[in-house]
Design a protein around this ligand. Structure first.
Ligand code: PGA
Length: 239
C-alpha cells in the first residue's frame, strides 16, 4: 500500500485559540500516514504546542530565501526551523499570483529551505486558460524545471494544484488529476528526482477524496478549505 501524505493549508484562517480548539477536536489516528499542517505564521507556536506529543508535523506557509535581513513582513525559515517547524510550503499559486513570486525566487526559497534541512512541499499548477489552450504539460514542466533546479530529491514533495480548482469547489476529475500527476512523475523520474511523492490539491473534500486517492499517481492531498474543520479533514485523511 502506498504511503499517504495529508497536508492542510490553513492560509490566513484561524487564531491561536482556534488552532488549539482544532487540535482538541482533530482525532489523530496512529498510523502510517504523514500529517502536515501549515497554519498562519502567527499560529505556529499554538500549533506546535497542541501537537507536541503526536506525529503531526507543522510547516510554514512562506519563507524568505535568506536567513535574516531587512525584509519587512517576511518569515525567516531559520527561525521557523528553530521553533520546531519541519516543512515549508513553496510556490502556492496564491504566492505566485498575489505576491508575484517568480520561478527563480521560488527556487531560491526552496534551495534555502533544503540547506536548513526543512522538508519542502513545492506546488505547481496551470490556470484555466492554460489548460484550455493545451499548455498544461508545458507550463508544469517549466515550473518544475525552474523551481527544482539544483535541489536534492530528499525531503521533497510536489503538490499538483490546478489553479482553476483551488477554492472554487470545482475539483479535477480523477482522470484529469491522474493524467497530469503521471506526467509530473515522469518528468521527476527523467530529471533525477526519483521516489518524490506527488500530492493533489484543489477542492478536495470528504466526498471526492476516496476516488482521488485511489488513483495510482496520487500520494495524498494538499487541502485548503476542507482542512479548516477537524471532522472533514479527518474524513479526508481516512479516505
Ligand atoms: P482548496 O485549497 O482545498 O480550498 O481548494 C487548496 C490549496 O489552496 O492548497
Amino acid at each position: 500500500m502506498k504511503h499517504k501524505i495529508f497536508a492542510a493549508n490553513w492560509k490566513m484562517y484561524k487564531s491561536p485559540q482556534d488552532t488549539q480548539m482544532f487540535f482538541q477536536n482533530f482525532l489523530v489516528l496512529p498510523g502510517d500516514s504523514t500529517l502536515i499542517f501549515f497554519p498562519p505564521a502567527l499560529c505556529i507556536p499554538a500549533a506546535l504546542e497542541s501537537t507536541n506529543s503526536t506525529h503531526v508535523k507543522i510547516g510554514v506557509q512562506n519563507i524568505a530565501s535568506i536567513a535574516e535581513g531587512a525584509l519587512t513582513g517576511e518569515n525567516s525559515a531559520t527561525v521557523a526551523k528553530a521553533m520546531g517547524c519541519q516543512y515549508a510550503l513553496i510556490g502556492h499559486s496564491e504566492r505566485r499570483s498575489l505576491f508575484h513570486e517568480t520561478d527563480v525566487a521560488l527556487n531560491q526559497k526552496a534551495k534555502f529551505a533544503q540547506s536548513l534541512g526543512l522538508h519542502i512541499v513545492f506546488c505547481v499548477g496551470e490556470s484555466l486558460d492554460q489548460r484550455k489552450s493545451n499548455q498544461t504539460k508545458a507550463i508544469i514542466n517549466q515550473q518544475l524545471s525552474a523551481g527544482l533546479a539544483g535541489l536534492k530529491n530528499e525531503n521533497l514533495i510536489i503538490a499538483y494544484e490546478p489553479v482553476w480548482a483551488i477554492g472554487t469547489g470545482v475539483t479535477a476529475s480523477p482522470e484529469q488529476a491522474e493524467e497530469t500527476q503521471k506526467e509530473i512523475i515522469d518528468w521527476l523520474n527523467a530529471n533525477g528526482f526519483s521516489s518524490v511523492p506527488v500530492l493533489y490539491g484543489g477542492s478536495v473534500k470528504p466526498e471526492n477524496a476516496k476516488e482521488l486517492i485511489s488513483q495510482p499517481s496520487i500520494s495524498g492531498f494538499l487541502v485548503g478549505g476542507a482542512s479548516l474543520n477537524p471532522e472533514s479533514f479527518a474524513q479526508i485523511c481516512q479516505a
